[in-house]
Design a protein around this ligand. Structure first.
Ligand code: C2O
Ligand code: CU
Length: 513
Protein backbone atom coordinates (compact mmCIF):
# COMPACT_ATOMS: atom_id res chain seq x y z
CA UNK A 1 0.00 0.00 0.00
CA UNK A 2 1.33 3.42 -0.92
CA UNK A 3 0.77 6.20 1.56
CA UNK A 4 1.26 9.92 0.96
CA UNK A 5 4.36 11.28 2.61
CA UNK A 6 4.55 14.16 5.07
CA UNK A 7 0.84 14.37 5.89
CA UNK A 8 1.13 13.94 9.66
CA UNK A 9 3.11 15.96 12.19
CA UNK A 10 5.79 14.09 14.08
CA UNK A 11 4.47 12.91 17.45
CA UNK A 12 6.74 13.33 20.45
CA UNK A 13 6.19 10.68 23.10
CA UNK A 14 5.07 12.17 26.44
CA UNK A 15 7.43 11.99 29.40
CA UNK A 16 6.16 9.48 31.96
CA UNK A 17 5.11 10.84 35.34
CA UNK A 18 6.22 8.91 38.40
CA UNK A 19 3.64 7.46 40.77
CA UNK A 20 5.81 8.44 43.69
CA UNK A 21 8.97 10.43 44.11
CA UNK A 22 11.04 11.04 47.21
CA UNK A 23 14.64 12.01 47.79
CA UNK A 24 15.54 8.32 48.02
CA UNK A 25 13.86 6.88 44.98
CA UNK A 26 11.36 7.30 42.18
CA UNK A 27 8.59 4.81 41.48
CA UNK A 28 6.88 4.31 38.13
CA UNK A 29 4.19 1.95 36.92
CA UNK A 30 3.96 1.00 33.28
CA UNK A 31 1.20 -1.18 31.93
CA UNK A 32 1.21 -2.80 28.48
CA UNK A 33 -2.12 -2.48 26.75
CA UNK A 34 -3.70 -3.00 23.36
CA UNK A 35 -5.03 0.18 21.79
CA UNK A 36 -6.04 1.75 18.50
CA UNK A 37 -3.84 4.49 17.16
CA UNK A 38 -3.66 6.48 13.94
CA UNK A 39 -0.31 5.85 12.25
CA UNK A 40 -1.13 7.86 9.11
CA UNK A 41 -3.88 10.25 8.06
CA UNK A 42 -5.14 7.95 5.28
CA UNK A 43 -5.00 4.69 7.23
CA UNK A 44 -7.83 3.38 9.39
CA UNK A 45 -6.70 3.19 13.01
CA UNK A 46 -4.18 0.49 13.76
CA UNK A 47 -4.33 -1.94 16.65
CA UNK A 48 -1.04 -1.64 18.50
CA UNK A 49 0.47 -2.87 21.73
CA UNK A 50 1.98 -0.10 23.74
CA UNK A 51 3.50 0.63 27.09
CA UNK A 52 0.76 2.66 28.78
CA UNK A 53 -1.27 1.87 25.65
CA UNK A 54 0.75 4.14 23.38
CA UNK A 55 3.27 3.47 20.61
CA UNK A 56 6.05 4.40 21.10
CA UNK A 57 5.84 4.11 24.87
CA UNK A 58 6.23 7.18 27.09
CA UNK A 59 9.76 8.48 27.53
CA UNK A 60 11.27 7.81 30.93
CA UNK A 61 13.66 10.58 32.03
CA UNK A 62 15.94 10.10 34.99
CA UNK A 63 18.94 11.79 36.55
CA UNK A 64 22.27 10.07 36.88
CA UNK A 65 22.36 8.30 40.24
CA UNK A 66 18.60 8.46 40.74
CA UNK A 67 17.29 5.16 42.07
CA UNK A 68 14.29 4.11 40.06
CA UNK A 69 11.76 1.33 40.52
CA UNK A 70 9.43 0.37 37.71
CA UNK A 71 6.52 -1.99 38.02
CA UNK A 72 6.05 -3.40 34.55
CA UNK A 73 2.59 -4.91 34.11
CA UNK A 74 0.94 -6.75 31.25
CA UNK A 75 -2.73 -6.15 30.49
CA UNK A 76 -2.58 -7.45 26.93
CA UNK A 77 -5.27 -9.70 25.40
CA UNK A 78 -4.77 -13.47 25.37
CA UNK A 79 -4.45 -13.63 21.59
CA UNK A 80 -1.36 -12.37 19.82
CA UNK A 81 -1.63 -9.86 16.98
CA UNK A 82 0.72 -11.97 14.84
CA UNK A 83 1.24 -15.62 13.92
CA UNK A 84 3.40 -17.59 16.35
CA UNK A 85 5.84 -20.17 15.02
CA UNK A 86 5.90 -22.86 17.71
CA UNK A 87 9.05 -24.47 16.30
CA UNK A 88 11.04 -21.47 17.57
CA UNK A 89 12.91 -22.07 20.83
CA UNK A 90 11.01 -20.85 23.85
CA UNK A 91 7.78 -20.42 21.86
CA UNK A 92 6.53 -24.00 22.13
CA UNK A 93 2.82 -24.79 22.00
CA UNK A 94 2.46 -25.23 25.74
CA UNK A 95 3.68 -21.69 26.40
CA UNK A 96 1.12 -18.88 26.42
CA UNK A 97 1.34 -16.92 23.16
CA UNK A 98 1.22 -13.57 24.92
CA UNK A 99 4.27 -13.30 27.15
CA UNK A 100 6.32 -10.23 27.92
CA UNK A 101 9.43 -9.15 29.75
CA UNK A 102 11.08 -5.74 29.64
CA UNK A 103 14.75 -5.06 28.99
CA UNK A 104 16.35 -1.66 29.46
CA UNK A 105 18.75 -1.67 26.53
CA UNK A 106 22.14 -0.18 27.43
CA UNK A 107 21.46 -0.09 31.17
CA UNK A 108 23.80 -1.41 33.83
CA UNK A 109 21.14 -3.46 35.53
CA UNK A 110 21.31 -6.28 38.07
CA UNK A 111 20.35 -9.66 36.58
CA UNK A 112 16.95 -9.95 38.30
CA UNK A 113 15.84 -6.64 36.75
CA UNK A 114 17.49 -7.04 33.35
CA UNK A 115 14.60 -8.71 31.56
CA UNK A 116 16.10 -12.14 31.02
CA UNK A 117 14.29 -13.64 27.98
CA UNK A 118 13.05 -16.64 29.97
CA UNK A 119 11.83 -14.46 32.84
CA UNK A 120 8.64 -13.53 31.00
CA UNK A 121 5.31 -12.97 32.65
CA UNK A 122 1.71 -13.02 31.53
CA UNK A 123 -1.30 -10.86 32.27
CA UNK A 124 -2.05 -12.58 35.56
CA UNK A 125 1.59 -12.05 36.47
CA UNK A 126 2.38 -15.74 36.45
CA UNK A 127 6.09 -15.97 35.97
CA UNK A 128 6.57 -19.16 34.02
CA UNK A 129 10.23 -18.89 33.25
CA UNK A 130 12.77 -20.78 35.32
CA UNK A 131 14.66 -17.66 36.34
CA UNK A 132 14.26 -15.58 39.43
CA UNK A 133 13.07 -12.15 38.60
CA UNK A 134 11.89 -9.12 40.49
CA UNK A 135 8.25 -8.22 40.08
CA UNK A 136 9.33 -4.61 40.31
CA UNK A 137 12.53 -3.85 38.46
CA UNK A 138 15.14 -1.56 39.94
CA UNK A 139 17.46 0.67 37.97
CA UNK A 140 20.41 2.36 39.63
CA UNK A 141 21.22 4.74 36.76
CA UNK A 142 24.89 4.95 37.66
CA UNK A 143 25.67 5.99 34.11
CA UNK A 144 26.43 9.31 32.49
CA UNK A 145 23.90 11.10 30.26
CA UNK A 146 22.79 8.95 27.34
CA UNK A 147 19.78 7.59 25.47
CA UNK A 148 18.77 4.08 26.47
CA UNK A 149 15.60 2.41 25.33
CA UNK A 150 13.27 -0.10 26.86
CA UNK A 151 11.66 -2.84 24.82
CA UNK A 152 10.22 -6.30 25.02
CA UNK A 153 12.58 -9.29 25.24
CA UNK A 154 10.37 -12.37 25.71
CA UNK A 155 11.96 -15.54 24.39
CA UNK A 156 10.79 -16.58 20.91
CA UNK A 157 8.36 -13.65 20.40
CA UNK A 158 10.50 -10.54 20.84
CA UNK A 159 10.27 -9.72 17.11
CA UNK A 160 6.47 -9.82 17.28
CA UNK A 161 6.11 -7.93 20.56
CA UNK A 162 8.36 -5.08 19.46
CA UNK A 163 6.70 -5.04 16.03
CA UNK A 164 3.35 -4.61 17.81
CA UNK A 165 4.76 -1.43 19.40
CA UNK A 166 6.50 -2.36 22.65
CA UNK A 167 9.44 0.08 22.72
CA UNK A 168 10.20 3.46 24.26
CA UNK A 169 12.99 5.89 25.14
CA UNK A 170 14.76 6.10 28.51
CA UNK A 171 16.98 9.15 28.85
CA UNK A 172 19.60 9.63 31.55
CA UNK A 173 20.49 13.25 32.33
CA UNK A 174 23.49 14.63 34.22
CA UNK A 175 25.24 17.88 35.15
CA UNK A 176 27.88 17.45 32.50
CA UNK A 177 25.19 17.39 29.84
CA UNK A 178 23.56 20.47 31.31
CA UNK A 179 26.87 22.35 31.35
CA UNK A 180 27.35 21.79 27.62
CA UNK A 181 24.54 24.20 26.64
CA UNK A 182 23.13 21.90 23.97
CA UNK A 183 19.75 22.56 22.32
CA UNK A 184 17.18 21.47 24.91
CA UNK A 185 13.51 21.55 25.83
CA UNK A 186 11.43 21.81 22.63
CA UNK A 187 14.68 21.79 20.63
CA UNK A 188 15.73 18.33 21.74
CA UNK A 189 13.73 15.61 20.04
CA UNK A 190 13.91 11.81 20.23
CA UNK A 191 13.42 10.04 16.90
CA UNK A 192 12.55 6.34 16.87
CA UNK A 193 13.02 4.97 13.33
CA UNK A 194 11.18 1.80 12.29
CA UNK A 195 9.66 0.18 9.24
CA UNK A 196 6.24 -1.42 9.06
CA UNK A 197 3.81 -2.78 6.47
CA UNK A 198 0.03 -2.52 6.59
CA UNK A 199 -3.08 -4.33 5.45
CA UNK A 200 -5.70 -2.11 3.77
CA UNK A 201 -7.76 -2.10 6.95
CA UNK A 202 -4.87 -0.35 8.70
CA UNK A 203 -3.71 -3.36 10.69
CA UNK A 204 -0.01 -4.16 10.93
CA UNK A 205 1.20 -6.76 8.47
CA UNK A 206 3.80 -9.24 9.65
CA UNK A 207 4.45 -12.10 7.17
CA UNK A 208 3.24 -15.54 8.19
CA UNK A 209 6.06 -17.23 6.34
CA UNK A 210 9.02 -16.45 4.06
CA UNK A 211 8.25 -15.81 0.39
CA UNK A 212 9.79 -19.14 -0.49
CA UNK A 213 8.86 -21.70 2.13
CA UNK A 214 9.62 -25.35 1.56
CA UNK A 215 9.86 -26.11 5.24
CA UNK A 216 6.31 -27.40 5.68
CA UNK A 217 6.08 -25.22 8.77
CA UNK A 218 3.20 -22.75 8.98
CA UNK A 219 3.26 -20.12 10.28
CA UNK A 220 7.00 -19.94 9.91
CA UNK A 221 9.60 -17.52 11.19
CA UNK A 222 11.18 -15.38 8.47
CA UNK A 223 14.90 -14.65 8.48
CA UNK A 224 14.44 -10.87 8.42
CA UNK A 225 11.56 -8.42 8.23
CA UNK A 226 11.45 -5.37 5.97
CA UNK A 227 8.44 -3.07 5.84
CA UNK A 228 7.53 -0.83 2.90
CA UNK A 229 6.75 2.24 5.03
CA UNK A 230 9.09 4.17 7.30
CA UNK A 231 7.77 5.41 10.64
CA UNK A 232 9.22 7.92 13.05
CA UNK A 233 7.80 7.92 16.58
CA UNK A 234 4.91 5.79 15.33
CA UNK A 235 3.88 7.91 12.31
CA UNK A 236 4.43 7.03 8.68
CA UNK A 237 6.72 9.61 6.99
CA UNK A 238 5.89 12.50 9.32
CA UNK A 239 6.99 16.10 9.10
CA UNK A 240 8.30 18.38 11.82
CA UNK A 241 7.98 22.15 11.76
CA UNK A 242 11.15 23.73 13.07
CA UNK A 243 12.56 27.16 13.81
CA UNK A 244 15.69 28.37 12.01
CA UNK A 245 18.01 27.29 14.83
CA UNK A 246 19.94 24.31 16.17
CA UNK A 247 18.12 21.16 17.17
CA UNK A 248 19.38 18.10 19.00
CA UNK A 249 18.01 14.78 17.72
CA UNK A 250 18.32 11.52 19.65
CA UNK A 251 18.15 8.94 16.87
CA UNK A 252 17.34 5.30 17.57
CA UNK A 253 17.01 2.53 15.02
CA UNK A 254 14.19 0.44 16.51
CA UNK A 255 13.50 -1.59 13.36
CA UNK A 256 13.38 -5.38 13.38
CA UNK A 257 16.01 -5.87 10.65
CA UNK A 258 16.38 -2.69 8.62
CA UNK A 259 19.57 -0.61 8.64
CA UNK A 260 19.36 3.12 8.01
CA UNK A 261 21.96 5.14 6.10
CA UNK A 262 20.81 8.66 6.90
CA UNK A 263 21.52 11.94 5.17
CA UNK A 264 19.85 15.34 4.69
CA UNK A 265 18.87 16.37 1.17
CA UNK A 266 20.05 19.90 1.98
CA UNK A 267 23.54 18.33 2.00
CA UNK A 268 23.98 19.64 5.52
CA UNK A 269 26.16 17.93 8.05
CA UNK A 270 24.95 16.18 11.14
CA UNK A 271 27.12 17.25 14.06
CA UNK A 272 27.37 13.98 15.90
CA UNK A 273 27.94 14.41 19.62
CA UNK A 274 27.16 10.97 20.98
CA UNK A 275 26.93 7.24 20.39
CA UNK A 276 24.90 4.43 22.02
CA UNK A 277 26.40 5.09 25.43
CA UNK A 278 27.04 8.78 25.89
CA UNK A 279 29.06 11.61 24.42
CA UNK A 280 31.93 11.45 22.00
CA UNK A 281 35.13 13.16 23.03
CA UNK A 282 34.44 15.95 20.54
CA UNK A 283 31.76 16.53 17.91
CA UNK A 284 32.30 15.33 14.37
CA UNK A 285 30.59 16.54 11.24
CA UNK A 286 29.16 13.69 9.18
CA UNK A 287 27.28 13.60 5.88
CA UNK A 288 25.89 10.13 6.44
CA UNK A 289 24.99 8.18 9.57
CA UNK A 290 24.80 4.40 9.42
CA UNK A 291 22.53 2.88 12.05
CA UNK A 292 21.94 -0.82 12.56
CA UNK A 293 19.00 -2.06 14.63
CA UNK A 294 19.38 -0.88 18.28
CA UNK A 295 22.15 1.63 17.53
CA UNK A 296 21.69 5.24 18.65
CA UNK A 297 23.32 8.51 17.71
CA UNK A 298 23.05 11.92 19.29
CA UNK A 299 23.28 14.70 16.69
CA UNK A 300 22.82 18.43 16.27
CA UNK A 301 21.33 19.76 13.05
CA UNK A 302 21.51 23.50 12.40
CA UNK A 303 18.55 24.98 10.53
CA UNK A 304 19.81 28.55 10.95
CA UNK A 305 19.39 30.62 7.75
CA UNK A 306 17.14 27.99 6.19
CA UNK A 307 13.88 29.94 6.63
CA UNK A 308 11.21 28.67 4.28
CA UNK A 309 13.17 25.57 3.28
CA UNK A 310 12.15 21.94 3.43
CA UNK A 311 14.78 19.43 4.45
CA UNK A 312 14.20 15.73 3.91
CA UNK A 313 15.86 13.04 5.97
CA UNK A 314 16.73 10.26 3.56
CA UNK A 315 17.79 6.63 3.86
CA UNK A 316 20.16 4.86 1.46
CA UNK A 317 20.96 1.63 3.32
CA UNK A 318 20.08 -1.37 1.14
CA UNK A 319 17.12 -3.39 2.35
CA UNK A 320 18.84 -6.41 3.87
CA UNK A 321 22.20 -4.90 4.68
CA UNK A 322 24.70 -4.83 3.06
CA UNK A 323 23.95 -7.05 0.08
CA UNK A 324 20.22 -6.46 -0.44
CA UNK A 325 18.15 -4.42 -2.86
CA UNK A 326 18.66 -0.67 -3.05
CA UNK A 327 15.94 1.34 -1.33
CA UNK A 328 13.06 2.82 -3.33
CA UNK A 329 13.68 6.59 -3.47
CA UNK A 330 9.91 7.12 -3.23
CA UNK A 331 9.28 4.99 -0.15
CA UNK A 332 11.92 3.23 1.91
CA UNK A 333 14.49 5.81 0.82
CA UNK A 334 12.64 8.55 2.72
CA UNK A 335 12.36 8.94 6.50
CA UNK A 336 10.79 12.31 7.35
CA UNK A 337 10.71 16.00 6.50
CA UNK A 338 11.74 19.11 8.41
CA UNK A 339 9.92 22.34 7.51
CA UNK A 340 11.77 25.44 8.55
CA UNK A 341 8.62 27.54 8.76
CA UNK A 342 8.37 28.57 12.39
CA UNK A 343 9.62 31.94 13.43
CA UNK A 344 12.54 32.13 15.78
CA UNK A 345 10.99 32.42 19.24
CA UNK A 346 14.16 33.29 21.14
CA UNK A 347 17.77 33.83 20.16
CA UNK A 348 19.53 30.53 19.65
CA UNK A 349 22.20 30.51 22.32
CA UNK A 350 22.78 26.74 22.24
CA UNK A 351 26.19 25.65 21.03
CA UNK A 352 28.02 22.78 19.44
CA UNK A 353 30.68 22.46 22.12
CA UNK A 354 34.26 21.87 20.92
CA UNK A 355 34.85 19.34 23.72
CA UNK A 356 32.30 16.95 25.12
CA UNK A 357 33.49 14.20 27.43
CA UNK A 358 36.94 12.61 27.53
CA UNK A 359 36.95 8.93 26.61
CA UNK A 360 39.97 6.97 27.75
CA UNK A 361 40.71 4.31 25.17
CA UNK A 362 41.06 0.87 26.71
CA UNK A 363 44.38 -0.87 26.13
CA UNK A 364 44.20 -4.29 24.50
CA UNK A 365 47.22 -5.48 26.51
CA UNK A 366 45.10 -5.30 29.65
CA UNK A 367 42.56 -7.82 28.37
CA UNK A 368 42.46 -11.04 30.37
CA UNK A 369 41.02 -13.04 27.57
CA UNK A 370 40.67 -12.98 23.82
CA UNK A 371 37.58 -14.85 22.58
CA UNK A 372 36.88 -15.77 18.96
CA UNK A 373 33.16 -16.07 18.32
CA UNK A 374 31.92 -17.11 14.90
CA UNK A 375 28.71 -15.69 13.42
CA UNK A 376 27.64 -18.46 11.09
CA UNK A 377 24.75 -19.61 8.98
CA UNK A 378 23.48 -23.17 8.88
CA UNK A 379 20.18 -24.84 8.05
CA UNK A 380 17.64 -26.00 10.60
CA UNK A 381 15.97 -29.42 10.37
CA UNK A 382 13.28 -27.95 8.09
CA UNK A 383 15.81 -26.45 5.68
CA UNK A 384 15.37 -22.87 6.89
CA UNK A 385 18.34 -20.59 7.53
CA UNK A 386 19.60 -20.77 11.09
CA UNK A 387 22.07 -18.17 12.32
CA UNK A 388 24.23 -19.11 15.25
CA UNK A 389 26.75 -17.56 17.62
CA UNK A 390 29.87 -19.68 18.06
CA UNK A 391 27.91 -22.57 16.46
CA UNK A 392 25.85 -22.88 19.62
CA UNK A 393 22.18 -22.60 20.38
CA UNK A 394 20.36 -20.75 23.15
CA UNK A 395 19.96 -23.90 25.24
CA UNK A 396 23.60 -25.03 24.98
CA UNK A 397 25.67 -24.63 28.15
CA UNK A 398 27.14 -21.21 28.89
CA UNK A 399 30.60 -20.74 27.38
CA UNK A 400 31.25 -17.01 27.83
CA UNK A 401 31.97 -16.52 31.52
CA UNK A 402 34.12 -13.43 32.18
CA UNK A 403 35.23 -12.62 35.73
CA UNK A 404 33.71 -9.50 37.23
CA UNK A 405 36.17 -6.62 37.03
CA UNK A 406 38.07 -8.14 34.11
CA UNK A 407 38.39 -6.87 30.58
CA UNK A 408 38.09 -9.09 27.51
CA UNK A 409 38.51 -8.74 23.78
CA UNK A 410 35.76 -10.39 21.75
CA UNK A 411 36.46 -11.14 18.09
CA UNK A 412 33.30 -11.60 16.03
CA UNK A 413 34.25 -13.75 13.07
CA UNK A 414 31.47 -13.27 10.54
CA UNK A 415 31.38 -16.10 7.99
CA UNK A 416 27.91 -15.25 6.78
CA UNK A 417 26.56 -12.69 4.29
CA UNK A 418 24.69 -10.38 6.70
CA UNK A 419 25.97 -7.52 8.77
CA UNK A 420 24.90 -8.49 12.30
CA UNK A 421 24.52 -5.86 15.03
CA UNK A 422 25.79 -7.63 18.15
CA UNK A 423 24.57 -6.38 21.52
CA UNK A 424 25.94 -7.41 24.91
CA UNK A 425 23.77 -6.81 27.97
CA UNK A 426 25.09 -5.11 31.13
CA UNK A 427 28.24 -3.66 29.57
CA UNK A 428 29.53 -0.85 27.41
CA UNK A 429 32.48 -1.49 25.17
CA UNK A 430 34.83 0.12 22.68
CA UNK A 431 35.27 -0.98 19.10
CA UNK A 432 38.92 -1.68 18.33
CA UNK A 433 38.96 -2.47 14.63
CA UNK A 434 37.75 -4.66 11.78
CA UNK A 435 39.77 -6.79 9.40
CA UNK A 436 38.81 -8.83 6.32
CA UNK A 437 39.69 -12.53 6.31
CA UNK A 438 39.40 -15.53 4.01
CA UNK A 439 35.98 -16.99 4.85
CA UNK A 440 36.27 -20.24 2.86
CA UNK A 441 39.71 -20.97 4.27
CA UNK A 442 38.38 -20.38 7.77
CA UNK A 443 35.39 -22.65 7.23
CA UNK A 444 37.59 -25.58 6.20
CA UNK A 445 40.63 -25.10 8.45
CA UNK A 446 39.37 -22.95 11.37
CA UNK A 447 42.49 -20.87 10.75
CA UNK A 448 42.34 -17.16 10.22
CA UNK A 449 44.02 -15.85 7.10
CA UNK A 450 43.67 -12.08 6.84
CA UNK A 451 43.14 -10.71 3.37
CA UNK A 452 43.66 -7.03 4.07
CA UNK A 453 44.80 -4.48 6.61
CA UNK A 454 42.91 -3.65 9.81
CA UNK A 455 40.50 -0.77 9.58
CA UNK A 456 39.99 1.13 12.82
CA UNK A 457 36.50 1.90 14.07
CA UNK A 458 34.71 4.75 12.27
CA UNK A 459 35.10 8.18 13.81
CA UNK A 460 31.39 7.99 14.58
CA UNK A 461 31.95 4.82 16.60
CA UNK A 462 34.78 6.14 18.76
CA UNK A 463 32.67 6.48 21.87
CA UNK A 464 31.20 3.92 24.24
CA UNK A 465 28.91 1.45 22.53
CA UNK A 466 26.58 -1.40 23.43
CA UNK A 467 25.81 -2.59 19.92
CA UNK A 468 28.37 -3.15 17.16
CA UNK A 469 27.97 -3.81 13.45
CA UNK A 470 29.82 -6.93 12.34
CA UNK A 471 30.13 -6.84 8.55
CA UNK A 472 30.36 -10.06 6.52
CA UNK A 473 33.81 -11.46 5.80
CA UNK A 474 35.39 -9.41 8.57
CA UNK A 475 36.57 -9.93 12.10
CA UNK A 476 35.20 -7.18 14.32
CA UNK A 477 37.04 -6.68 17.59
CA UNK A 478 35.61 -5.05 20.68
CA UNK A 479 37.07 -4.58 24.15
CA UNK A 480 34.70 -5.00 27.09
CA UNK A 481 35.11 -4.29 30.80
CA UNK A 482 32.72 -6.54 32.75
CA UNK A 483 31.23 -4.90 35.85
CA UNK A 484 29.61 -4.14 38.28
CA UNK A 485 27.22 -7.09 38.70
CA UNK A 486 27.72 -10.83 38.64
CA UNK A 487 25.11 -13.19 37.26
CA UNK A 488 23.51 -14.38 34.07
CA UNK A 489 22.93 -12.09 31.12
CA UNK A 490 22.63 -12.45 27.36
CA UNK A 491 24.41 -11.36 24.21
CA UNK A 492 22.80 -11.52 20.81
CA UNK A 493 22.28 -10.22 17.32
CA UNK A 494 19.80 -7.33 17.42
CA UNK A 495 18.12 -8.22 14.14
CA UNK A 496 15.03 -9.43 15.93
CA UNK A 497 14.32 -12.33 13.57
CA UNK A 498 17.84 -13.61 14.26
CA UNK A 499 17.66 -13.02 17.99
CA UNK A 500 14.38 -14.92 18.24
CA UNK A 501 15.74 -17.88 16.32
CA UNK A 502 18.89 -18.98 18.14
CA UNK A 503 21.20 -16.04 17.45
CA UNK A 504 21.30 -15.31 21.16
CA UNK A 505 23.41 -16.79 23.94
CA UNK A 506 23.42 -16.64 27.72
CA UNK A 507 26.62 -15.50 29.38
CA UNK A 508 27.70 -15.34 33.01
CA UNK A 509 29.73 -12.73 34.83
CA UNK A 510 31.55 -14.81 37.45
CA UNK A 511 32.65 -13.71 40.89
CA UNK A 512 36.35 -13.18 41.33
CA UNK A 513 36.89 -15.86 43.97
CU1 C2O B 1 17.89 -4.22 22.83
CU2 C2O B 1 18.93 -7.84 24.38
O1 C2O B 1 18.33 -6.00 23.62
CU1 CU C 1 21.96 -11.25 12.85
Amino acid sequence: MKLTKFTDPLPIPPVLKPKWKSKDYTYYEVCMREAKQSLHRDLPKTTIWGYEGIYPGPTIEVKKGEKVFVKWANDLPAKHLFPIDHTVHGAEKEKPDVRTVVHLHGGRTEPASDGYPDAWFTKDYKIKGPFFQNQIYQYFNQQSARALWYHDHAIGVTRLNIYAGLAGFYLIRDDKERSLNLPSGPYEIPLLLQDRSFHVDGSLLYPEQPEKNDSGIFPSIISSFFGDSILVNGKVWPYLEVEPRKYRFRLLNGANSRFFGLSLDSRQLFYQIGTDSGFLERPIGVKRLLLAPAERVDVIVDFTNLEGKMVTLKNDAPTHFPIGDPVDPETTGVVMQFRVNKTLSTIDTAVIPPHLDPIGRLAEQNAWKNRFLELSEEKDQYGRPLLLLDKKKWDDPVTENPIVGSTEVWNFVNTNGDDHPIHVHLVQFQIIDRRPFDVEYFKTTKQIKYTGPTVSADLSELGWKDTVRCPPGQITRIIIPFFPFIGQYVWHCHMLEHEDYEMMRPYIVRPRY
